[in-house]
Design a protein around this ligand. Structure first.
Ligand code: SAM
Length: 270
């Protein structure tokens, strides 16, 4: 299999995986759906939603989760809380790379308020549909969701103040392009707040080569040093790894929180 064919296969599996998850949440939570008040076999039962809630309660505070519908919380697939570290201010424009069902966009929207704006970009059509339905349910009028790829962000140069991303960049086949594009759309002095999966050692080759392990946010993960080097090569400064959570004590896999700045007024190192 050539690299291009391998890359196409991985992208297809990533899209199918997240399209499948979004489809299940859409079916389970749609009004007048086949699930109705009593789940039927054509939808996934309540256990999936319950398990998802238990997971995200470790990531988000009770206050953050209060008031969010199940179609938002059960589609939360992140590995951290990038909004919590982004220090968002009223009026700022925020971009979420790989916005999924929209949870971080809705949290960011509360922080930037009606004068601010949040744009979620995702390459899976079902996720965009779910996020748009969720925006209506939540009543978020300062959030929009756009179909697109983070390697080719559908936004003009220097048009956003802050980029957030939650467990997505590891999925990209071209992380240099992601950081180059992130840098392009950020205004000078803008910042990036990321949660993502990185490695501190080698994965077995059998795992590295499996598209499903890529879609599970493992096989595409970079070593932390390589990840930071790519951000620096794109032009980011003051790159800081704020915390690391290993999936198990002896694991080489961890979720990390990273903050970085585009040089500009008030924050350039030069
Ligand atoms: C693990 S989920 C995380 C979703 C969301 N950030 C959250 O925390 O719930 C990964 C998301 O990234 C999207 N995605 C994967 N690769 C992408 C790419 N190259 N460009 C845009 N979105 C992508 C998937 O469609 C999926 O919705």
């Amino acid at each position: 299999m050539s690299d291009i064919a391998g890359g196409d296969k991985i992208k297809k599996v990533v899209r199918q995986t997240y399209g499948g998850i979004a489809g299940r949440v859409l079916r389970r939570t749609a009004e007048a759906s086949c699930c109705g008040p009593a789940p039927s076999p054509c939808c996934c039962g309540p256990s999936e939603a319950t398990a998802a809630l238990a997971d995200i309660a470790r990531i988000y505070t009770t206050d953050e989760l209060a008031g969010l519908p199940e179609s938002v919380t059960s589609a939360a697939l992140g590995c951290g809380n990038p909004v919590a570290l982004a220090e968002l201010k009223p009026g700022e424009v925020v971009l979420d790379l790989g916005s999924g069902g929209g949870i971080d966009c809705f949290l960011a929207a509360q922080k930037v308020g009606p004068q601010g704006r949040v744009i979620g970009v995702d390459m899976t059509p079902e996720m965009i549909l779910l996020a748009q339905r969720n925006a209506k349910k939540v009543g978020a009028t300062n959030v929009e969701f756009r179909y697109g790829e983070m390697e080719n962000i559908p936004l003009p140069d220097e048009s956003v103040d802050v980029i957030i991303s939650n467990c997505v960049i590891n999925l990209s086949l071209d992380k240099d392009a992601v950081f180059r594009e992130a840098y392009r759309v950020l205004r000078p002095g803008g910042r990036m707040s990321i949660s993502d999966i990185v490695l501190y050692g080698e994965l077995p080759p059998a795992i590295r080569e499996r598209p499903d392990a890529w879609a599970a946010c493992v096989a595409g993960a970079l070593q932390e040093s390589e990840y930071v080097d790519k951000m620096r090569a794109a032009g980011f400064e003051r790159i800081e790894v704020l915390s690391r959570d290993f999936v198990e004590p002896d694991s080489v896999i961890a979720s990390v929180r990273i903050k970085a700045y585009k040089p500009g007024p008030g924050n350039s190192c030069t």
